[in-house]
Design a protein around this ligand. Structure first.
Ligand code: SIN
Length: 334
């Protein structure tokens, strides 16, 4: 009998704690992005039983240093690999700090339904009980599985599977650091196979109107986040008004802020800066025209997107329009 060839999975490494090294196996401190992609793969010899791996080092950084330049390189590479009929799926190893942002960005600029799975680890590779090897095994098992197709980029951490739009890092330490607070997990990994609990009903990949080419043409519009708090003043917003294309308010509660800040944001909107209201609370929905009159203030409501993902969607929306109503329609659709 002919032996069946194993599916080819491309593993693109970008660094993070999954590739982190400590001075010794019990120390709290470590350096993210110390090991290469080949080191990571060597720690999981079981992968040779489920896939033919093609490894590439795209970057090797702690993901607090993730940049738009790395996103550009990753998106270009993933789009190319998606066109390669010999590749069944793609795995991206990534630091956990901004993993959700990279996953969401890719979900909007990759126009393919091939599985793309992002994975990280909370414990460095040298730690006692490092979970990176098991996470990486699950990521490859997920990327080669037919059920992973057409769902947009997925994240696998700690045997949970999350959709790119929903996942959030919710704790600074510990193994249970990820959740999908609004719509719930996509599914789980059981014995090396996924079990999905829900479909991804949001707009992504093949339905996305955005692309790297549009973003390049628009010069990657600059969008910054203002974090609301008691006694927030106007001057930070006034400073930003002159230097950004968009501001996302990480607002208190239902996307609110002091009267001083709201007035300054409205003046920014009058001057052509796109202003999105989101919530710093970590979950829930910021509804248009409920707590504030977005229509007369010139604002856009982020609905259930967190501030860091609203920043990405606003950047992409600004690559196709400067019209506030059209940008609100983007937030309503995505
Ligand atoms: C990072 O995001 O690169 C550091 C933290 C981690 O990966 O857990």
């Amino acid at each position: 009998m002919l032996e069946q060839a194993l599916p080819v999975i491309a593993v693109l490494a970008t660094g993070g704690t999954i590739a982190g090294a400590q001075a010794d196996a019990t120390s709290a401190g470590y350096k993210a992005g110390s090991f290469s992609v080949n080191d990571l793969l060597a720690a999981v010899p079981q992968l040779s039983g489920i896939a033919e791996i093609r490894a590439e080092q795209v970057a090797n950084v702690g993901s607090q240093n993730m940049t738009h330049a790395v996103w550009r390189a990753l998106a270009e590479r993933v789009n190319t690999l998606c066109q390669d009929a010999s590749v069944a799926g793609i795995v991206i190893t990534h630091g956990t700090d901004t993993l959700e942002e990279t996953a969401y960005f890719l979900s909007l600029v990759i126009q393919h339904d091939k599985p793309v799975v992002l994975v990280g680890a909370m414990r460095p590779a040298t730690a006692l009980g490092a979970e990176g090897p098991a996470n990486l095994y699950n990521a490859v098992a997920l990327a080669r599985h037919p059920d992973a197709r057409g769902r947009g980029p997925l994240v696998v951490m700690n045997e949970d599977v999350h959709y790119a739009r929903e996942i959030q890092k919710i704790a600074s330490a510990g193994l249970c650091a990820f959740a999908s607070p609004n719509r719930g997990r996509a599914g789980g990994m059981h014995g090396g196979a996924p079990c999905f609990y829900s479909r991804n009903t949001t707009t992504h990949t093949t339905q996305s109107e955005f692309s790297l080419a549009l973003l390049e043409r628009a010069g990657w519009p600059r969008v910054d986040i203002v974090y609301a708090h008691a006694n927030l003043q106007a001057d930070l917003i006034e400073f930003l008004t002159d230097s950004v294309d968009g501001i996302v308010l990480a607002g208190v509660g239902d996307g609110n802020a002091t009267d001083l800040a709201i007035d300054a944001l409205s003046r920014a909107a009058d001057r052509g800066v796109a202003v999105v209201r989101s919530s710093r609370t970590g979950s829930g929905f910021v509804a248009r025209d409920v707590e504030l009159d977005d229509g007369s203030l010139g604002f856009i409501a982020a609905r259930d997107l967190n501030p860091q993902k609203a920043r990405i969607l606003l950047m992409l929306a600004l690559s196709v329009t400067r019209d506030t109503a059209a940008m609100q329609a983007v937030f309503d659709r995505y």
